[in-house]
Design a binder for this molecule. Structure first.
Ligand code: B1M
Length: 215
């Protein structure tokens, strides 16, 4: 399988969606697991892209191509990821915070929450605090999931939590945060209800928090 992982990384880095999807489809047809292709192929590929971006070996247009390629790979895997309960496990409003355009990790979280049976209202990127609040009200959501990839946008998570409190909803809405610069310590500092290291962890936290609200 190491060979297929190398190929996935190579095609993500070179931004070749067509070849990426071809090799991934071949791997799936041969009995490969979607979770293996994700965890050992796509995710390490974006880490490599990040390293190359840092060292100046990749520039924004190439990184964007790689991100789009990664997204097409995620879409190919979505129907193969574990299915969830047929009944809704709860409603989550998910988005990348204001000022931040990174959406691959957030999309992964949305995809896995949906797969686990949650109704997901994905607000996209650059989501302002009042828009999270409005979506919670409109959809009677129990969970807000916020993603931030930039140290400069993390503060928007705290702003959103304050906005939720000002709307009088803090007791009934649980907040989960995540993203590369985010930590448990940061979640504790800003009063979030949960921190998730990755998408499966976000699903686990969402299940625990919905159960706590229902209890
Ligand atoms: Co950006 N960027 N970027 N970028 N970019 C980073 C984040 C950076 C670390 C790169 C670097 O310098 N090494 C750096 C941030 C530095 C910092 O703040 N400390 C950076 C920078 C500086 C920038 C710009 C400022 C560059 C510039 O313009 N000079 C700019 C900012 C634009 C903006 O947002 N306003 C910028 C732009 C871009 C692109 C548009 C080119 C592109 C994004 C395309 C897109 O998302 N559609 C991009 C990319 C692709 C990256 C890297 C290379 C990859 C991010 C990624 O998708 N990773 C990134 C370097 C890196 O992270 N290695 C980088 C894969 C994804 C699956 O992981 O999102 O971490 P991640 O999600 C993980 C977990 O974090 C977690 O689960 C996922 C795994 O299961 N998670 C959650 C995420 N959200 C969660 C929410 C949860 C729970 C878990 O609960 C709700």
């Amino acid at each position: 399988m190491a060979d297929i992982h190398d190929k996935i990384q190579q095609f993500v880095i070179s931004g070749d969606s067509s070849m990426l999807n071809t090799v991934m489809q071949m791997a799936l047809d041969a009995g490969g697991q979607a979770s293996d292709l994700l965890n050992n192929g796509l995710l390490p590929a974006m880490d490599l892209v990040g390293q190359k971006m840092k060292t100046g070996d990749m520039f924004i247009p190439e990184v964007l191509m790689a991100a789009r390629t990664m997204q097409s790979g995620l879409e190919l895997l979505t129907p193969h990821m574990e299915g969830g309960d047929s009944m809704s496990a709860g409603t989550c409003v998910v988005g990348t915070v204001e000022g931040d355009l990174h959406d691959i990790g957030k999309n992964l979280v949305s995809m896995m929450l949906s797969g686990a049976g949650f109704k997901v209202i994905d607000l996209g990127v650059d989501v302002k605090a009042p828009d999270f609040v409005k979506a919670v009200q409109e959809n009677d959501a129990q969970i807000i999931g916020m993603s931030s990839l930039l140290t400069t946008t993390m503060v928007k998570m705290e702003e959103t939590i304050k906005c939720v409190a000002e709307a009088g909803m803090r007791e009934r809405v649980k907040v989960i945060i995540g993203g590369a610069p985010v930590t448990q310590q940061y979640a504790d500092t800003i009063g979030a209800d949960g921190y998730a290291f990755n998408a499966p962890d976000a699903v686990q936290k969402a299940k625990e928090l919905v159960a706590a609200v229902a209890a």
